[in-house]
Design a protein around this ligand. Structure first.
Ligand code: UDX
Length: 463
C-alpha cells in the first residue's frame, strides 16, 4: 500500500519505519528540514532500539522516503496517517497542528484513499472531525473519504516490537459508510497477528486513554501499597507476586518506586482530569493517582534528608539515571529532574549520571545547577547518598562494594526496587527502597556494622 505518514516524531517515525518493513511503500512527511536531513542519512533523532536499522533498511530498499511536500505526498497516497503532536507543552491539548495538517491534506487526497488519525486527540475534537473533513472535501468539490482513528499503544524502548506484535489493533470509525476505510486498515495490518477491534471513534479514543489511565492507576496503587508494606514491615515485591496469581489481577505494571514519568502517562492523567472537569465530571480517583505519583518524588528527597540526620543542605547527592525509564533518551516528566530540582532548592549539591549521552547533555540545561558527569563512578565519588532513579542495567550490575569506599557516606535510595538490599547492607550500605524495608533483617538483628546501627533508627524500615 502507498502510505503517507504525516509527522515524523516518535509515533510517526515508528509507524512509517515499521510499515516499510512490512513492505508498504511509505513516504514520511515533516516540516522540519533538519529532521528530514538527519533521517535521509538513515539516522534517527532519538533513541529507540531497532528503529535506526529499520529506517536504514527502508531507505536502502526504496520503501521509505522523506519529504516536506505534504500535499504531494498526501495526493499520491492510498492512505494518509496523521501522527502530529497534540500536547501543548503545559499539560494540555493543542489541536492547531492537526487542524493545519488536515487543511492541507484533506482536499488533495485521492477519492479512494483513507485518512487515518494516529495522533492522540481529545474526545471533543474527535466529535468535530466528521464535519471538519466533510466540509473541506465539499469545498474542494471532491467526494467524501473514509476517516478512521488508529490509536497507538507503543512503549518507548519497545516501540518496534509493540508496533509489529501488538496485543490488539484498535480501529475507530469516524466516517466510513461503505467499510472501505476499515478494509484498508485491515490490509495495512495484515502482517500483525493480533485481534482487530473495530468501534466508534470516541470509543477508540477513550480506549487509548483508558488503557493509559489504568496503567497509571496500577502504578500509583503499587506505590501506595508499598507505603502500607513499609509501615507494616512487608515486602511489596513478594506481596505483588502473591497477588499476581489471581488471574483477575495479574502482575504487570505493579512495580513500586519513584513513579511514572514520560510523555504519555503523566500528561494523560492531568489532561483527563482537566478536560473531564470542563465537562462537569469529577475524577477523584485520577486526582489521587496523580498526587500519589508526584508525592513519590518528594519522598525521595525526604528520605535523603532522613538518612542525613534531617537535612540535605550542603550534602552531595548522586542521581543515577535521568531518563524517565531505561532504553530511552526521553527526559519528559522524568522523575530525576523533579528530584534534582527539589534537592537543589534545599541546598544540596546534585551530581547526576545517565548512560544516554544526549540525556546528559540536555538535563544540565533543564535543571539549572545540576552537575552532570560522564560516569557513574564520578557521580558516586564523595556522595553522601546515591539515588537510583532509573533502572538502567549498568546500575543494577554496578560493583557497589567497589563504589562504597569512594563515597562520603554509604547510603543508597533504590527508587526502582532493583538492587539487593541484604548484599548492600553486608557491604556497609544503608539501603532503602520503596515497600521493601531498609536492610535485610538479619544484619539488623546481629547488630554488626555501622549501617546496621543506622537502620534501626529509620522510621520506614523493617528493622
Ligand atoms: C506508555 C504506555 O505503556 C503505552 O502503551 C502508550 O502508548 C504510551 O505510554 P511509555 O510512556 O513509553 O508508554 O512508558 P511505560 O513503559 O508505560 O512506562 C511509563 C512510566 O511508568 C515509566 O516512568 C516507568 O518507569 C513507570 N513504571 C512502569 C512504573 O513505575 N512501574 C511499573 O510497574 C511500570
Amino acid at each position: 500500500m502507498r502510505v503517507a505518514v504525516v509527522g515524523l516524531g516518535y509515533v510517526g517515525l515508528v509507524t512509517g519505519a515499521c510499515l516499510a518493513e512490512w513492505e508498504h511503500d511509505v513516504t514520511g512527511v515533516d516540516a522540519d528540514p533538519r529532521r528530514l536531513a538527519t533521517l535521509r542519512e538513515g539516522r534517527v533523532p532519538f533513541h529507540e532500539p531497532r528503529l535506526p536499522e529499520l529506517v536504514a533498511d527502508g531507505i536502502a530498499n526504496g520503501r521509505l522516503s522523506f519529504t516536506d511536500d505534504l500535499r504531494g505526498a498526501a495526493a499520491a497516497a492510498e492512505m494518509v496517517i496523521v501522527a502530529v503532536g497534540t500536547h501543548d507543552g503545559n499539560g494540555g491539548w493543542q489541536t492547531d497542528t492537526v487542524r493545519g495538517a488536515l487543511a492541507d491534506i484533506v482536499p488533495v487526497m485521492a477519492d479512494d484513499a483513507t485518512l487515518v488519525i494516529r495522533s492522540t486527540l481529545p474526545p471533543d475534537f474527535i466529535k468535530q472531525l466528521p464535519a471538519l473533513v466533510a466540509s473541506r472535501r465539499a469545498t474542494a468539490g471532491v467526494p467524501p473519504i473514509p476517516v478512521m482513528l488508529n490509536p497507538e499503544f507503543t512503549r518507548e524502548g519497545r516501540a518496534v516490537r509493540d508496533y509489529q506484535q501488538p496485543d490488539r489493533v484498535v480501529l475507530g470509525v469516524v466516517s466510513d459508510p461503505d467499510g472501505h476505510g476499515e478494509a484498508a486498515l485491515r490490509e495495512l495490518y495484515h502482517s500483525a497477528a493480533a485481534p482487530v477491534v473495530v468501534m466508534g471513534a470516541i470509543d477508540a479514543a477513550i480506549t487509548k486513554l483508558g488503557a493509559n489511565l489504568f496503567l497509571a492507576t496500577k502504578i500509583s496503587f503499587a506505590n501506595e501499597l508499598a507505603e502500607i508494606c513499609d509501615a507494616f514491615g512487608a515486602d511489596v515485591d513478594t506481596v505483588v507476586d502473591g497477588m499476581s496469581y489471581d488471574s483477575r489481577i495479574g502482575g504487570s505494571f505493579l512495580r513500586a518506586g519513584v513513579g511514572f514519568g514520560g510523555s504519555c502517562l503523566p500528561n494523560q492523567v492531568s489532561m483527563t482530569i482537566r478536560t473531564a472537569a470542563q465537562f462537569g465530571v469529577e475524577t477523584p480517583l485520577l486526582t489521587a493517582v496523580d498526587e500519589v505519583n508526584h508525592r513519590r518524588r518528594s519522598q525521595v528527597v525526604e528520605r535523603a534528608a532522613t538518612l542525613l540526620d534531617g537535612t540535605v543542605r550542603g550534602r552531595r547527592i548522586a542521581l543515577l539515571g535521568l531518563t524517565f525509564k531505561p532504553d530511552t533518551d526521553d527526559l519528559r516528566d522524568a522523575p530525576a529532574l523533579t528530584i534534582a530540582g527539589e534537592l537543589l532548592e534545599l541546598g544540596a549539591t546534585v551530581v547526576a549520571y545517565d548512560p544516554m549521552p544526549t540525556a546528559r547533555e540536555r538535563s544540565g540545561t533543564l535543571v539549572p545547577g545540576l552537575e552532570v558527569v560522564p560516569a557513574a563512578a564520578d557521580a558516586l565519588r564523595g556522595a553522601d547518598v546515591a539515588v537510583l532513579v532509573t533502572e538502567w542495567p549498568e546500575f543494577v550490575e554496578l560493583d557497589w562494594a567497589l563504589a562504597g569506599p569512594t563515597m562520603s557516606r554509604r547510603n543508597i535510595i533504590d527508587g526502582r526496587n532493583v538492587l539487593r538490599g541484604a548484599e548492600l547492607a553486608a557491604a556497609g550500605f544503608t539501603y532503602t527502597s520503596f515497600g521493601r524495608g531498609t536492610v535485610a533483617p538479619e544484619v539488623v538483628e546481629e547488630g554488626i556494622g555501622a549501617g546496621a546501627t543506622r537502620v534501626a533508627s529509620l522510621q520506614w524500615g523493617r528493622g
